[in-house]
Design a protein around this ligand. Structure first.
Ligand code: PNS
Length: 161
């Protein structure tokens, strides 16, 4: 069972290809709820990523001050065990996110019953924001300043130049 100390660590997992202001909002809000938030970047995602794992990690570190970022492969629950963490943070936007998120939360809980997934509702400004949309806009040279921090904007411009 989690002890008081382990209850203070939360893991925010994702692909982050790339990190957006929507993710950053979730990180900042979860930092108010937990003593430590670890951003866990999935390596070798089933999705084909535009950015390498190292690039995705660098963009997070360059965009968010004082954040612990690590990569993981395999099962999220195994990463949680290694970190002695019992909380998973996920952002929820539209209702369309719900099915997938519900499945993941149930899968993780059946693997390790002590794990709780905490959902943070998106800010209204970030309702339609996701990494796929950002990449599409970047490819077509749209203005990204309200969607991603500067280091990410630069990295996207570099990829699509
Ligand atoms: O940002 P994403 O792509 O929606 O994040 C998905 C992520 C990384 C949280 C999810 O794919 C994941 O946890 N993958 C690790 C494999 C795993 O643990 N699977 C079982 C639970 S579904």
């Amino acid at each position: 069972m989690p002890t008081e100390t382990t209850n203070k660590i939360a893991v925010y997992p994702g692909t982050f290809d790339p990190i957006t202001y929507g993710h950053i909002d979730v990180i900042k809000r979860s930092q108010k709820l937990f003593e430590k938030v670890i951003v866990a970047v999935l390596e070798n995602s089933r999705k084909s990523c535009l950015f390498s794992t190292a690039e995705r990690i660098d963009m997070i570190k360059n965009s968010v001050a004082d954040i612990e970022v690590e990569s993981f492969s395999g099962l999220l629950v195994d990463f949680l065990k290694r970190k002695n963490a019992f909380f998973v943070i996920r952002g929820l936007r539209a209702v369309s996110d719900f099915d997938y998120e519900f499945q993941m939360a149930i899968a993780n809980k059946s693997l390790v019953p002590e794990i709780e997934t905490i959902f943070i509702m998106t800010d209204k400004e970030h309702f339609y924001l996701n990494s796929t949309l950002v990449k599409e806009l970047a490819k077509n040279r749209a203005d990204l300043k309200d969607l991603v921090p500067e280091p990410v904007e630069r990295a996207l411009q570099e990829k699509f130049k």
